[in-house]
Design a protein around this ligand. Structure first.
Ligand SMILES: C[S@@+](CC[C@H](N)C(=O)[O-])C[C@H]1O[C@@H](n2cnc3c(N)ncnc32)[C@H](O)[C@@H]1O
Length: 349
C-alpha cells in the first residue's frame, strides 16, 4: 500500500485517497501482530510523512468494514477513531462488506461522488460474501483498483459438492452469472478445476468495461504449497506495474514466493529470465506487426514482467522480431517507447 499512497499522494492534486478494507478482521493476531488495517494505516502515515511538502492529494481516508461484532470492537479499540494525523480519517462499519459499501456510498464524504482514487482490499474467509456485482460496481469507477484474496480451491470444492454446498446460489454470486456451469464442468482433475476456477474469474474481470489489467498472484509458503491467490484488477497499467513490483519485494524477502496462476503453468516466477517467457510472447504475436502499447499490456497481464522490453531484447537477439523505430541511432536490444513505431514478429521457424 505504501507505493500506492506515495504515488497518488504526489500526483492527484487535491483528491482524497480512499483505502477500503472490506473484510478488515480484528487488526492484530497472536501469531502476527499487524493485520491489514494496521499495515494500511502505517503505510498511509509513512507516505504522508515522507512526502512532506510534496504531498499534492487531499486527505487519506481508511475504511474498515468488519461483520463480526467482537472483531470489530477489537479493531476499533486497537486503532482508535482518531488517526492521529489531520490528513487522515478513519471510517468504521460493523457490517457485511456489501452493506458496508452501501453505507459508505451515502455518507459524506465518500469515494464515489466525486469519484476519488480507491483501493479495495477484499480478504474474506472462503467463497462467500463477495458478489461479483459489487466488484463490478467498484471497478466501474475510473480510479478504482481491487485486490481480492480469491479462494479458488474452496470454490472448486463447492462446485464438486453441488447441492450439499448450496453451489448454485454461491457460484452465481461469485461469478455474477451461471457460465461456471459449462466452464467448470470441463475440468476433471482437482488441480485443473482450481486453476479453471481462477481462470474463469480472471476472464470475468477482464470482460468488465475498461478493466484492462487483471493478474493473479499465486502465494506459496516457503514449503511451496499454494496458500492462496491474490487477484488484482485495475483500469490503469501503473496500478499493476506497482503491484507486481511490491509482490516481487515480498518474494525476495523469502516469506512467500509467487508464481503466475495460469491454467497450464505452475512454474515459479523467474524475474531475471526473460527467455522463459519470450517464446510465449512470440507465439502470441507471430506474423503480426504490433504497436508497443499492445505488447506492454500483454506483458503486464500474461507474464511476470512489468513491460515487454527484456523479452523483446531476447527475441531481437534471436532475429525473431524486427524493430521499427524513429531513432536512426537505436542500439539493438533497447526500446524507447517514444521513438518506437511498431514491432514486426517474424513467421519464425
Ligand atoms: C481473513 S479475515 C481478514 C483478515 C484481515 N484482512 C487481515 O489481514 O488482518 C476475514 C474477516 O472477515 C470477516 N467477515 C466474514 N464475513 C464477512 C462479510 N460478509 N463482510 C465483512 N466481514 C466479514 C471475518 O469476521 C474476519 O474477521
Amino acid at each position: 500500500m505504501l507505493r500506492w499512497f506515495e504515488i497518488l499522494g504526489r500526483s492527484k492534486f487535491r483528491q482524497s485517497l480512499w483505502y477500503v478494507d472490506g473484510f478488515a478482521g480484528p487488526g492484530e493476531y497472536t501469531n502476527s501482530p499487524a493485520g491489514s488495517p494496521v499495515a494500511a494505516i502505517s503505510s498511509a502515515s509513512e507516505a504522508l510523512q515522507s512526502a512532506g511538502a510534496q504531498w499534492k492529494a487531499g486527505k487519506i481516508h481508511c475504511v474498515f468494514i468488519e461483520q463480526d461484532a467482537k472483531r470489530f470492537d477489537h479493531l476499533r479499540n486497537k486503532l482508535g477513531t482518531d488517526a492521529g494525523n489531520p490528513q487522515m480519517e478513519i471510517h468504521f462499519f460493523n457490517l457485511p462488506f456489501v452493506d458496508g459499501v452501501a453505507a459508505l456510498k451515502i455518507q459524506i464524504p465518500n469515494p464515489f461522488s466525486p469519484a476519488s482514487p480507491l483501493f479495495a482490499f477484499i480478504d474474506p474467509f472462503g467463497a462467500k460474501g463477495v458478489p461479483f456485482a459489487d466488484i463490478k460496481d467498484l471497478l466501474s469507477r475510473d480510479a478504482a483498483e481491487v485486490l481480492i484474496n480469491f479462494d479458488s480451491d474452496g470454490i472448486g470444492r463447492i462446485f464438486r459438492a453441488e447441492e450439499a454446498a448450496n453451489h448454485e446460489v454461491i457460484l452465481n454470486e461469485v461469478f455474477g452469472d451461471d457460465s461456471w456451469k459449462t466452464e467448470l464442468a470441463r475440468h476433471r482433475a482437482s488441480h485443473e478445476l482450481y486453476r479453471g476456477v481462477l481462470d474463469l474469474y480472471k476472464q470475468k474481470l477482464r470482460a468488465l468495461p475498461n478493466v484492462r489489467y487483471v493478474f493473479a498472484f499465486e502465494m506459496r509458503s516457503a514449503k511451496n504449497t499454494i496458500d492462496y491467490h491474490l487477484v488484482f484488477a485495475s483500469q490503469h497499467h501503473l496500478g499493476l506495474e506497482k503491484m507486481k513490483e511490491a509482490m516481487k519485494t515480498i518474494a525476495k524477502n523469502g516469506d512467500y514466493c509467487f508464481s503466475d496462476a495460469h491454467l497450464n503453468q505452475s512454474t515459479m516466477f523467474s524475474f531475471d529470465d526473460p527467455s522463459a517467457y519470450s517464446p510465449q510472447l512470440f507465439e502470441q504475436f507471430r506474423g503480426r506487426t504490433v504497436k508497443y502499447q499492445e505488447l506492454n499490456d500483454y506483458a503486464l497481464n500474461e507474464t511476470p514482467f512489468t513491460n515487454p522490453k527484456s523479452m523483446l531484447k531476447d527475441l531481437e537477439e534471436k532475429s525473431l522480431v524486427q524493430v521499427n523505430s524513429n531513432d536512426s541511432k537505436r542500439r539493438k536490444g533497447t526500446f524507447n517507447e517514444e521513438k518506437l513505431i511498431n514491432i514486426t514478429f517474424q513467421q519464425g521457424v
